[in-house]
Design a protein around this ligand. Structure first.
Ligand code: NAD
Ligand code: AKB
Length: 315
């Protein structure tokens, strides 16, 4: 089997995806890479800046790569602070990955986001195919990324597939500068201090997913029967949606004294206010049998149990 390359492998998703891929295919079959040096791991690691074609080419040739999970990116909150850098990394990186994939016949996974939608998109049960006029640089790069993946598939036969993820909640690696990060930070603060000050308003409803479902979704869409895929790319996927108030109420079922208060960050709130409340993921369900396992209650119980154990050991 040709090997797998993961870019941005030290991030929130990559740190768990690499472990899952190595469990499935073997440690030596999965090359983790990032622009920064990682912890010593149980398999190959390469320093790769995804905006540098030469570095990508060299690693793809040397390891005999057949599939690239392209996770390297700048997320929404940081992208609004540094829009030029976000364009360079998100679009420059993806373009180079697709070119290397075209030249070496690699398959590519590209993660899009609820950020690919905008204020004129229907916000409830957002359809798979709908208006996409995002007003953030992150969103602009995600829509452009979806389109260029479709183009490379149609024009050059690159097997590019992808998902539109909602906010992802996880306990292994802290998130890297997104608008939905509150839904992770709240758990660390709840376990440590029983208190969290939220930067989004109490009624901000956003779609979310627990990381085990996200990892499984990536691997399932890449393994899906191509003949069944009508969309191939940018599938809406979701598992739950909630507001900060609703998440706090769920946490209180486990930590009754937990307190949430609010200091709204107007810039992050403005981003969240342009994103969907809930996605319609029926295309993913119909075309490759997508089904999430974790709802709000199951995710909250698992997060608190795992973080509780880990943080108490660290004390
Ligand atoms: P992250 O910020 O945690 O990790 C991104 C990684 O990319 C970091 O380790 C960083 O060092 C690396 N990186 C940055 N610039 C690079 C470059 N030039 N070359 C190589 N590596 C570089 O992000 P994440 O949460 O793991 O997200 C991964 C992908 O999934 C991104 O495309 C993101 O937009 C998308 N996504 C994430 C979420 C989420 O909630 N985490 C939701 C929707 C979509
Ligand atoms: C972010 O908030 O930027 C990400 C995302 C939903 O794409 N978590």
């Amino acid at each position: 089997m040709a090997k797998i390359l993961v870019t941005g492998a030290l991030g929130q998703i990559g740190s768990e995806l690499v472990a899952a891929l190595r469990d499935r295919f073997g440690a030596e079959e999965v090359v983790a890479s990032d622009i920064r040096m990682g912890r010593p791991d149980d398999g190959p690691f390469e320093l790769v800046d995804c905006t540098k074609s030469g570095q990508l080419q060299e690693v793809v040739h040397r390891h005999g790569i057949g599939t690239i999970y392209h996770l390297a990116a700048i997320l929404s909150a940081v992208a609004e602070e540094k829009p030029q850098a976000a364009w360079t990394v998100n679009m420059g990186g993806l373009y180079r990955v697709l070119e290397v994939a075209r030249q070496n016949r690699c398959a590519v996974f590209f993660p899009s986001s609820i950020g690919a939608f905008g204020p004129t998109t229907p916000r409830d049960q957002t359809p798979q195919d709908t208006i996409q006029r995002p007003t953030t640089m992150y969103g602009v790069t995600k829509v452009s990324g979806e389109l260029i993946c479709d183009y490379y598939a149609r024009r050059f036969g690159v097997d590019a597939r992808g998902l539109r993820f909602p906010g992802l909640i996880s306990h292994v690696t802290r998130p890297g500068g997104g608008t939905t990060d509150y839904a992770v930070e709240i758990f660390y603060q709840a376990v440590r201090y029983g208190h969290y000050t939220c930067y989004l308003g109490p009624d901000t409803r956003l779609d979310m997913m627990y990381m085990p479902d996200a990892i499984r979704a990536m691997m399932e869409v890449m393994a899906a029967d191509a003949a069944r895929l009508v969309h191939r790319n940018a599938f809406n996927v979701t598992a739950m949606n909630f507001t900060p108030e609703e998440l706090a109420a769920e946490i209180r079922k486990h930590i009754p004294d937990f307190v949430i208060d609010y200091e709204v960050d107007s810039e992050l709130q403005a981003i969240a206010d342009t994103w969907p409340h809930s996605l319609d993921d029926s295309a993913a369900r119909a075309e490759w049998d997508w089904a999430p396992e974790f709802d709000l209650a199951a995710m909250t119980a698992d997060m608190l149990e795992r973080l509780g154990r880990r943080l108490s050991r660290a004390r």
